[in-house]
Design a protein around this ligand. Structure first.
Ligand SMILES: CC(C)(COP(=O)(O)OP(=O)(O)OC[C@H]1O[C@@H](n2cnc3c(N)ncnc32)[C@H](O)[C@@H]1OP(=O)(O)O)[C@@H](O)C(=O)NCCC(=O)NCCS
Length: 142
């Protein structure tokens, strides 16, 4: 999708996409993730025709270690490259602050998406209660 742009957004704005995609049918409070409001945390939103359609969160707890969280694109607009562009944007931010290891708990269904972006699996499969099977995936950017 060529149209659209990505910009930094607030934690609260991410709920607009987190809720329908990642926490459907659950209370809105379930969209609050730990460390969302930390000063070192950044949230990015992808906009299409003026509407927020994709989100991702970057946690930076320690030097050169980054966690990607809350990756989601509205269902009707998936597989249009929006998720890839968000990850590219997040990686550019990581690069701009010195690079490092980016990791995430990837839903098994999303593993092919992250593999295409150069991440690799570095754990056994594990279950996140109420959500399903996950793997830790990682990539070092510099
Ligand atoms: C996973 C997700 C974020 C990907 O975003 P997206 O905008 O749909 O992905 P893109 O269009 O950038 O896809 C990039 C490539 O990955 C592939 N891909 C994306 N999602 C995929 C999936 N679930 N299974 C297999 N391949 C997938 C695309 O087909 C595309 O391949 P191509 O380059 O050969 O065409 C999005 O589908 C989503 O929100 N899914 C539901 C929530 C979720 O699982 N989030 C991840 C939590 S860890």
């Amino acid at each position: 999708m060529s149209e659209g742009f990505i910009k930094e957004i607030s934690a609260r704005e991410t709920w607009l996409v987190r809720h329908p995609v990642l926490r459907a049918g659950r209370p809105l409070e379930d969209c609050v993730f730990p460390h969302d409001e930390d000063q070192s945390t950044a949230h990015f939103g992808a906009f299409h025709q003026g509407h927020l359609v994709g989100v991702v969160t970057l946690l930076h707890p320690t030097e050169h270690q980054f966690q990607l969280r809350g990756m989601a694109v509205l269902t009707d607009l998936q597989k249009l490259n929006i998720g890839s562009r968000l990850v590219n944007h997040l990686e550019a931010r990581v690069n701009s602050i010195g690079g490092g290891r980016i990791w995430m708990n990837a839903r098994a269904l999303a593993v092919p998406f992250y593999l295409k972006l150069g991440y690799h699996i570095c754990s056994e499969v594990f279950e996140v209660p109420g959500i399903g099977p996950h793997y830790v995936m990682e990539k070092t950017v510099s």
